[in-house]
Design a protein around this ligand. Sequence first.
Ligand SMILES: C[S@@+](CC[C@H](N)C(=O)[O-])C[C@H]1O[C@@H](n2cnc3c(N)ncnc32)[C@H](O)[C@@H]1O
Length: 234
Amino acid sequence: MTDSRYDGTIDWDRYYEDADDEKRAEASPSAHHAGDVLAEFVAATDAARVADVGCGTGAATFTVAEAHPDTTVVGYDAAESVLEENRERARERDVENVRFEHAVLPAFAPDEPFDVVFSYFTLQYVRDVARALTNLYAAVAPGGHLVCNYLNEAGRAYCLEAADDPHANTDRAFVFDPDQYTERFAALLDGDSVLSAERIEHVLGVEPRSAFEVVDRPDTQWAWHHAPLVCVGK
Ligand SMILES: C[S@@+](CC[C@H](N)C(=O)[O-])C[C@H]1O[C@@H](n2cnc3c(N)ncnc32)[C@H](O)[C@@H]1O
């Protein structure tokens, strides 16, 4: 069952409460390159305050905080259970420039603005994705950037191919758990959370650029065709 917090996706609190290491890794795509990309972006733009919204296990959050000890990094997530784990890890590792707070997109109204608001593989779970984008961008300080990825129409079409029979498609990307596949990606499969550069520009009034105009694109193959990583300056 989902509650209103997880309209359009699974109950992520329960997910992390039940998750073994493999499940945690499956929910941490930013561990593969995005943390390093974000750390490079922070260095290139001299960002002093960074938010990682939908931080999950904090793979990118910790990478940036540890690479940039003078930068304040705040990880936000809807799932309290994973936030508490992350706080414990920060204490254990003595990472003093990181903290974790609760936020449920599309709502996002932090007390302070950020030089970089980052959100990775999270917007696809939010039905009112336009309001999420608006609120994330509102939290960007003048001169700063929203850096996010999103699932586009090609991504939705790819995911729809597995939706009729997830159990027959466990070899495909995104089919982490065939039993929960259609519930997990409901907002995407229904088309609600699909984004494009044009839609982002329409919502924010600013044309998004590829994040790789600012930082180097990693050599490794990614699903950029389905999930572009963009930045929107302010
Ligand atoms: C696939 S994980 C990605 C985690 C992290 N960004 C990464 O790439 O390693 C998606 C995360 O979004 C969180 N999430 C789902 N719906 C959310 C919402 N409405 N607001 C904030 N976080 C949400 C989940 O709890 C989960 O941690």
